[in-house]
Design a binder for this molecule. Structure first.
Ligand SMILES: [Zn+2]
Length: 157
């Protein structure tokens, strides 16, 4: 399958997920929610509401920031996106990423030189040892872990 086919198939699946969620929760089934979802799933990076809004405006979609905020909350609750707060010392805006087909991954936040606020880069990594830690914590405490949050912060050497 080429990439476009792959994306189309993914879009069909997530649109179904959204449709079911909206029905179950008695939310209005508006076309702009699907448009916003599609734009998010075409992105390869983390984004914030301003990024997304700008992108929609550039593509001449008629959408308000308030609609994007509302829709983001719905997507979060439906498990279609994941929320991040990458800056640890600033009130920087929340970032989001698509999550439905994602493998679990964690994030390394690299600050700009001489700063502990300005982010230079966010690197995603996947380390199987984290699954190992989860397994043993579940075993020791007799729990089922549903999710976890892990960020590393640093500077380039
Ligand atoms: Zn990520």
């Amino acid at each position: 399958m080429d990439n476009d086919n792959h994306l189309d198939k993914h879009l069909d699946i997530i649109k179904d997920v959204l449709k079911n969620y909206l029905q179950e929760n008695k939310f209005r089934n508006t076309p702009e929610r699907y448009t916003i979802l599609e734009e998010i799933y075409k992105l390869d990076h983390h984004f914030n509401v301003d990024d997304l809004y700008l992108k929609m405006i550039q593509k001449k979609y008629q959408v308000s920031k308030a609609t994007i905020y509302n829709t983001i909350e719905i997507f979060l609750d439906a498990g279609l996106i994941r929320k991040h707060q990458f800056g640890e010392k600033t009130n920087s805006s929340s970032s989001y990423e698509k999550s439905y087909f994602d493998k679990q991954h964690d994030h390394l936040v690299i600050y700009k030189k001489n700063s502990d606020k300005d982010i230079e880069e966010i690197v995603e990594f996947c380390d199987p040892r984290i699954q190992g830690i989860k397994d043993s914590i579940e075993e020791i405490f007799g729990v089922k872990i549903d999710s976890h949050t892990l960020y590393f912060y640093g500077h380039k050497k």
